[in-house]
Design a protein around this ligand. Structure first.
Ligand SMILES: Nc1ncnc2c1ncn2[C@@H]1O[C@H](COP(=O)(O)OP(=O)(O)OP(=O)(O)O)[C@@H](O)[C@H]1O
Ligand SMILES: [Mg+2]
Length: 336
């Protein structure tokens, strides 16, 4: 196993690099740099793929330089490089993958390609936390809502996922209807603290279905309809009721899966896992089920390169650096 890994992440609009060290089976972060084009997203209401890639081209080298400088390592002295090779925006992925290939080639280092979604889960392996297998994984991010059963490193079974919008997407789209810029999840969570979660009875689709799938697009439509029909509806109440509906769907299906597969550990990952109300409700249910719950700290839930380097500790390098290609269409359902 490599001791020091430089991670690179550019799958969406962030440009991130991190240096991690592994000692006595404990992975620690030496540096973790994230540059975001958040101001541009706010201006345009979302991520514009070509613009994101152009920003990443400008910031990739300074971000890697900073991560090395903070870690105290020179590029030549790290043991391996890890890079996100998919899924994501093709232009953005190319910036990270081609930079990582070039550095691995000139520094003569092994290059470990990491699936961004698997990377999200490995934020749970950083620091003191070290989940035990088998464990149930709930991924709740801007583009994905998936349940998987991990049986060992790199081995998992896809159990279910969203049939339409992701949980994060639902937060973002509804926040936008309220006039808030992307990403709107944190803003909804803030408003929700002052609202009544029972003010509006938003749908909890697929709750009684036997499978482990989710659906969030109907919720967004119901939210839009209330906004049109009830001009006196308070933003705080709308946010709290929306958050409650999303969390109910996530928690109920997660509990169902934990019981069905009799797991003793649950790992949660992705930007929506930064939602403290979701974490609180999952904690209550996990304690009842006597299941250990792992949730990364909020700064490791949203996109970062530390999680990519952490995942790389448990994966093999690519046999041929120069032929590695970005794959924007990777998914947990097909990539095993
Ligand atoms: N406190 C919060 N409450 C709810 N949602 C949140 C919170 N913080 C962040 N989010 C949501 O997390 C999402 C971003 O997460 P992440 O960075 O994992 O997504 P992504 O990388 O864009 O998508 P993916 O990983 O699926 O490609 C956004 O939808 C954002 O609104
Ligand atoms: Mg992500």
């Amino acid at each position: 196993m490599y001791k020091t890994i430089l991670g690179i992440e550019t799958s969406c609009d962030e440009t991130a690099a991190a240096v991690l060290r592994q000692e006595n089976n404990r992975i620690t972060i030496l540096s973790n740099v994230v540059a975001s084009s958040a101001d541009l997203q706010a201006k345009y209401g979302g991520v514009i793929p070509e613009q994101a890639a152009r920003e990443q081209l400008k910031s990739i080298i300074p971000v890697i330089q900073e991560s090395l400088q903070v870690s105290g390592y020179r590029g030549q002295d790290i043991n391996a490089i890890a890079v996100t090779y998919g899924p994501g925006l093709i232009g953005s992925l190319l910036v990270g993958v081609e930079t990582a290939k070039t550095l691995a080639y000139i520094w003569n280092k092994p290059l470990i390609p990491v699936n961004h979604l698997i990377g999200h889960f490995y934020a749970n392996w950083i620091g003191n936390s070290s989940p035990k297998f088998p464990c149930l994984g709930l991924l709740v991010s801007g583009g994905h809502t998936d349940l998987v059963l991990f049986t060992s490193h790199g081995k998992y079974e896809y159990l279910g996922g969203t049939r339409d919008d992701a949980a994060g997407e639902c937060f973002d789209k509804c926040a936008r209807l309220l006039g808030y810029p992307y990403p709107g999840g944190p803003q909804i969570a803030k408003l929700a603290q002052k609202g009544d979660p029972k003010a509006f009875n938003f749908p909890r689709p697929m709750l009684n279905s036997k499978n482990l799938d989710f659906s969030f697009s109907g919720l967004k439509t119901a939210f839009a309809n209330i906004l049109k029909e009830d001009l006196r509806a308070k933003k705080e109440d709308l946010a709290a009721s929306l958050e409650a509906a999303i969390i109910d769907s996530l928690v109920i299906k997660t509990v169902k899966a934990a019981q069905k597969y009799e797991v003793e550990q649950i790992i949660v990952a992705g930007g929506v896992a930064a939602n403290q109300e979701l974490v609180r409700k999952l904690k209550v249910k996990s304690e009842k089920l006597k299941v250990k719950l792992h949730v990364p700290p909020p700064y490791l839930c949203t996109d970062n390169a530390a999680m990519i380097a952490a995942a790389a500790y448990y994966q093999k390098p690519t046999p041929d650096i120069l032929t590695l290609q970005a794959n924007p269409n990777l998914s947990l359902a097909i990539d095993r």
